[in-house]
Ligand binder design. Structure first.
Ligand SMILES: Nc1ccn([C@@H]2O[C@H](COP(=O)(O)OP(=O)(O)OP(=O)(O)O)[C@@H](O)[C@H]2O)c(=O)n1
Ligand SMILES: C[C@](O)(CO)[C@H](O)COP(=O)(O)O
Length: 221
């Protein structure tokens, strides 16, 4: 992001990206608690409004995203105890996706409730897909049929996800989202269609785009 602080603390509209994302999650009627993975050396989190919010629990982040998620799941299981944990589902979300909507979360929760297994928000690939072997020239065109962008939140039973993720990481499997851990463990993952407006802020130009999306969502809500 070419920023002078971790990107989740960059301002977007009147708040930081992190605070915007957490506010979006907590404004959903079925989300009671957010567990936020924060690096131990982080010097910014304490100044966020969420640091004073009883509904938000800070836990230690890890080196990679999957390590942070595993820490958050472990802390949640310890907090709930075995019996309650066995009945609990979790939504795992990127701090860098502040434009997630309540409607998308509703769709995801309804799907999981109806199907009885986990699912992710996703958007179908719409451009022609090119493969390059050198980053300069096209080697071939890949069929895009059946390809989707994986978004977040991703929703799974707490214990199923914890087991899949800890086993996959213990065996050195590369895990970039929760679904990949469940897939690796042989579980079922549904696709719930969402919009690419649920973007992950990754490049500097994404900030302005996310600001526009937030503002248009506020006008239509
Ligand atoms: N060690 C890490 C790294 C990432 N994340 C989470 O994973 C999300 C998606 O990762 P992304 O933001 O793309 O990864 P980074 O490596 O943090 O950022 P970048 O790709 O911009 O370098 C982040 O928003 C954050 O919520 C995390 O919890 N712990
Ligand atoms: C979880 C995710 O946002 C789904 O698209 C993505 O995989 C995160 O990956 P990153 O490598 O941490 O950006």
């Amino acid at each position: 992001m070419q920023a002078n602080c971790p990107k989740q603390y960059l301002p977007i509209a009147s708040k930081t990206i992190l605070q915007t994302t957490i506010d979006r999650l907590l404004s959903h009627g079925q989300i009671q608690q957010v567990v936020c993975a924060v690096s131990d050396g982080d010097g910014y989190y304490a100044d966020q409004a969420c640091a004073q919010d009883d509904r938000v629990t800070r836990i230690s982040g890890g080196a990679e995203r999957a390590d942070s998620v595993l820490n958050a799941l472990t802390a949640t299981i310890e907090h709930l105890g075995a019996e309650k944990a066995s009945q609990t589902w979790v939504l795992v979300h990127d701090a860098a996706r502040p434009c997630v909507t309540s409607k998308a979360i509703d769709d995801l929760l309804s799907f999981c409730q109806q199907q009885g297994h986990g699912a992710i928000l996703a958007a179908p690939v719409r451009d022609t897909m090119k493969r390059s072997n050198d980053g300069t020239n096209v080697a071939k065109t890949e069929p895009r049929d059946g390809l989707w962008h994986a978004l977040t939140p991703q929703c799974f039973p707490l214990l199923e996800l914890h087991r899949a993720l800890s086993d996959a990481l213990a065996q050195g499997v590369a895990i970039t989202d929760e679904a990949s851990a469940i897939e690796w463990a042989g579980g079922r993952v549904g696709l719930v269609a969402d919009s690419m407006t649920n973007l992950k802020i990754t490049h500097p130009q994404d900030l302005a785009l996310a600001e526009l999306i937030l503002s248009s969502q506020e006008q239509t809500s």
